[in-house]
Design a protein around this ligand. Structure first.
Ligand SMILES: [Zn+2]
Length: 421
């Protein structure tokens, strides 16, 4: 929404990826269904430079597809187009079509900041040294000057990079005409609450009007499959992060709607309940990003359609298996595929529609569900991209089954557990 001339991201927003630009209507229908149930969730279409490069698409195509869906379904509420994980070298292609920018500064984390900068940060933020009591966190944080020095040293460069990226976009688009997210999720170790507090203080110092921040959480966020990790620990960290954000917003005068963004890698079903509980208890907002889950529903829709659709789904699997190393390389840190658990091409060739759909559909209670097949196909969208028009034509031929699966997946498995329970 616009408030005093500036774009303000709504309390609940949901990021969706539409790799082949054919599912925006089916995705938007899921958002309409959750609104019918009384919860306003704002759709955001996200696509990263990496996805564009693999598919061979350009950033403008995301807005074109989203706007077509908006018109078809008479959507009159806000929606956004997220330039996901942009960096200085990729930002320019997204300037025209996006109004949401995810500034990815993870690579700068750990590059030691200048000692002069660290010192002036410490001078500005003497309050961070000593005992910090944050409402809704049981134990106060006790830090030494050395602790804060170390954290500032680790993160100030990343915040500086976010700042120059933000200013670059601001110069192009004008202040208040876009939503800013700072993402630090694609890094090795999760940020502690006190690290998050230091980061937010630095973001405020830099004058970055961040409305969402994506930290790295504990546990594995593998692509397209459920969370792997300690859910109790996640819940604790998540609640602490909410408390730190609420505290920092007042303390450092950050945007009042600043909220967490979870880069879920899609389908982190087992943390949805702790998230929903925490939001209910605190009244906090959230942005949850998904991406490849929709592309997997496209394959399920092809498989369910039988005939040539099923044939193509099998062909995609066979090709993905043949090129497994190449397909997995860009995603190596966010997948765990056990090749021994991948069925042979010949076996899959004999699968029925139901067998294929059951293996791929993310229903952990189904005995045929195979998380390895799912991850391989998740990163296998390059295979479909290479098929080009043949794949897009098949999507259109199988449209009823594809659309039904896309909508049902987002509503039943994502939006409902996140916002309704
Ligand atoms: Zn991310």
């Amino acid at each position: 929404m616009r408030s005093n001339g500036s774009l303000i991201l709504e309390k609940y927003s949901f990021g969706m990826g539409d790799r082949f630009a054919h599912q925006a209507s089916a995705q938007l229908r899921a958002c309409m269904q959750i609104i019918e149930r009384g919860v306003e969730v704002t759709p955001v279409w996200n696509k990263s430079h990496r996805e564009h490069a693999i598919v061979g698409s350009n950033p403008g195509s995301v807005r074109t597809a989203a706007e077509a869906a908006i018109r078809t379904l008479n959507w009159s509420s806000p929606f956004y187009i997220d330039a996901d994980h942009i960096r200085p070298e990729t930002v320019d292609a997204f300037v025209e079509s996006s109004d949401f920018y995810t500034l990815d500064v993870a690579d700068a984390i750990g590059q030691l900041a200048e000692s002069q900068e660290i010192n002036s940060f410490l001078e500005r933020h003497a309050e961070l040294v000593g005992t910090t009591k944050i409402p809704n966190i049981d134990e106060p944080f006790v830090t030494s000057r050395g602790d804060i020095e170390k954290i500032a040293g680790k993160y100030l460069k990343a915040v500086n990079e976010a700042s120059s990226l933000y200013r670059h976009i601001e110069a192009e688009k004008g202040k208040g005409n876009f939503i800013t997210e700072v993402s630090m999720d694609e890094t090795d170790s999760p940020q502690t609450p006190i690290e998050l507090l230091v980061i937010l203080a630095a973001i405020a110092d830099a004058g970055i009007p961040a409305q969402t921040i994506a930290p790295k959480f504990t546990g594995r966020f593998n692509k397209g499959v459920d969370y792997v990790g300690d859910v109790i620990q996640f819940e604790k960290e998540f609640n602490e992060d909410l408390a730190v954000i609420a505290y920092a917003v007042t303390k450092y005068d950050l945007p009042a709607n600043l909220k967490l963004s979870i880069h879920s890698g899609s389908d982190k079903f087992s943390i949805y309940e702790p998230i929903r509980k925490a939001l209910g208890q605190t009244g906090a907002g959230i942005h949850v990003k998904t991406a490849g889950t929709t592309w997997l529903e496209e394959i399920i829709g092809l498989a369910e359609s039988g005939g040539e659709g099923l044939q193509m789904a099998k062909e995609i699997y066979a090709e993905a298996l043949d090129h497994i190393d190449e397909l997995c390389a860009p995603y190596a840190t966010v997948i765990d595929i056990d090749s021994a658990k991948l069925p042979a091409k010949a076996e899959v060739a004999n699968w029925s529609s139901e067998q294929f759909a059951n293996a791929l559909r993310h229903n952990p209670r189904c005995a045929d569900y195979n998380a390895h097949v799912r991850q391989l196909l998740h990163v296998g969208y390059k295979v479909a991209a290479k098929m080009g028009q043949r794949y897009l034509d098949m999507l259109e031929t199988c449209e009823p089954a594809v659309a039904r699966n896309v909508t049902e997946n987002l509503f039943e498995r994502h939006l409902k557990p996140l916002f309704l329970g």
